[in-house]
Design a protein around this ligand. Structure first.
Ligand code: 5BU
Length: 260
């Protein structure tokens, strides 16, 4: 079990990536380790959620390709909200191809992801070329990359060798890779940020095998730094009130971890 007792502010000093430093600092100053997974399908719903919940979160995670009425105006508006409420935008794109292809997918196409997303993620499966391709676009824009080290879904094919190899790959690009999507912290190095999806106030599963852990368990037992919550908040009767509950649980768990 790898658990960091250091504060986010302390860990910011170790970051080689400016965006990782920025994220640790904003979590510390805003006192939130909650990321909202804003999995809605209309531009208006996404903007409404971002504006309403922006004050509670450190990261807004998007799946831009599920938006049915996408226009570039949407991403401009999201950037304005990110500035207004001080959160980072993470496009959960899960790149998974050779370097040359992901470079185009990141930079161009319909979405021009690199122009508005502070952070994106990628599978390590294709090998280091995927990071090189993304870094060619993202480094000059001061963007950050998260590698998928472990998934939350039941029956995934990732084992501990794969996780360790993902960590080794990340170590070669520590100025661009900021951390991991993972259920368990992978390394004692303080600069890696561990972001965990599959979080709900009660342990649970959905009908497709999504597996949930509580904020307390994710942070205190599994070494997570950022809890990513989607349906637990957006399907609630009062998403703002629910986001505040997750924020409190997440922050309290982090403070307890630092005190231990
Ligand atoms: P939920 O509604 O809190 O279950 O949403 C979780 C989000 O995190 C959703 O956008 C997924 O695509 C994303 N996710 C995940 O659930 N598990 C993973 O291992 C990874 C991403 Br990687």
């Amino acid at each position: 079990m790898i658990i960091s007792r250091n504060t986010y502010a302390e860990r910011a000093h170790y970051c080689l990536s400016p965006i990782a430093k920025n994220l640790f600092q904003l979590m510390d100053e805003k006192k939130t380790n909650l990321a909202l997974s804003a999995d809605v399908t209309s531009a208006q719903q996404l903007l409404k959620l971002a504006d309403l919940l922006g004050p509670e979160i450190c990261v807004l995670k998007t799946h831009i390709d599920i938006i049915e009425d996408f226009t570039p105006e949407l991403t401009q508006q999201l950037r304005k909200l990110a500035l207004k409420h001080r959160f980072l935008i993470f496009e959960d794109r899960k790149f998974a191809d050779i370097g040359n292809t992901v470079k185009h997918q990141y930079e161009g196409g319909m979405y021009h992801i690199a122009d508005w997303a502070d952070i994106v993620n990628a599978h390590s499966l294709p090998g280091p070329g995927i990071i090189k391709g993304l870094a060619e676009v993202g480094r000059k824009k001061n963007r950050g990359l998260i590698l998928l080290a472990e998934m939350s879904s039941a029956g995934h094919l990732i084992n501990s060798d794969y996780m360790q190899s993902t960590l080794k790959m990340a170590e070669q690009f520590a100025d661009f890779v900021i951390g991991f999507i993972t259920q368990h912290a992978l390394s004692k190095d303080p600069h890696w940020i561990n972001l965990t999806p599959g979080v709900k106030l009660e342990d649970d599963q959905d009908k497709f095998g999504q597996q949930y852990v509580t904020p307390m368990k994710a942070i205190m037992e599994h070494g997570s730094d950022v809890i990513i919550v989607g349906r637990g908040i957006i399907k609630a009767n009062d998403p703002l009130e629910e986001a505040q509950k997750y924020r409190e649980k997440g922050w309290e768990s982090y403070l307890q971890r630092c005190r231990k």
